[in-house]
Design a protein around this ligand. Structure first.
Ligand code: HEC
Length: 168
């Protein structure tokens, strides 16, 4: 299921590869930006853990478990929307359409909540180590700069993503 969605996403991404690359003057390559989380040194990993580390459905980073709200916390989703508008909308649409990065429609079904939060809070390491993140990078060719969100802000954006995907 995930594989199928991925192939579709990749195929779709390829179609927009040109538009994807066009945002590259937008901070690309600024891998040094900020790493506030985890003590793991990105460069120090040896071959031993690679096989599993790159394919963990929860990704790599500080978040090991996310408790979901059912029903959604509408206040939290609303604050996530504000974060989105200020820090994410320049690169991400809410539809499935790619801008600089992938559109967010369906992101909560193709990723685990932990993966999403780790990607947002620990972007550099995820792009260096996580297999799914690397696949996206190959297509988009722009490294998403870490937006330095607090855990609370990252959680609110996740709530907003669920809301954008139609969850109540
Ligand atoms: C400068 C452009 C840019 C900004 C700003 C940006 N992103 Fe991204 N984002 C990307 C790119 C490009 C990718 C694809 C991975 C890569 O190539 O680095 C991505 C991928 C993602 C993904 C994975 C999507 C998927 O389909 O799996 C998530 C989640 C995400 N970004 C969240 C955020 C959040 C949350 C913010 C705001 C706080 C944000 N991004 C701001 C460029 C950006």
């Amino acid at each position: 299921m995930r594989k199928t969605i991925w192939s579709a996403t990749v195929a779709l991404c390829s179609l927009f590869a040109v538009s994807c690359g066009s945002g590259s003057d937008n901070n690309s390559g600024s891998g040094s930006a900020t790493t506030t989380t985890t003590g793991t040194d990105a460069g120090s990993s040896t071959g031993t853990t690679e096989a599993t580390a790159g394919t963990n459905p929860k990704g790599v980073g500080p978040i090991s478990e996310v408790k979901l709200n059912n029903p959604l916390d509408q206040k939290l989703a609303a604050s996530g929307k504000s974060v989105y508008e200020v820090k994410c909308a320049s690169c991400h649409k809410l539809s499935g359409e790619k801008l600089v990065g992938p559109g967010w429609k369906g992101v909560t079904t193709r990723r685990t909540p932990e993966w999403i939060m780790n990607f947002v809070m620990n972007t550099e390491e995820m792009l260096n180590k996580d297999a799914e993140a690397q696949k996206m990078l190959e297509v988009c060719m722009v490294r998403m700069p870490n937006q330095s969100l607090t855990e609370t802000d990252a959680r609110s954006v996740l709530e907003f993503m669920f809301s954008n995907d139609g969850k109540k």
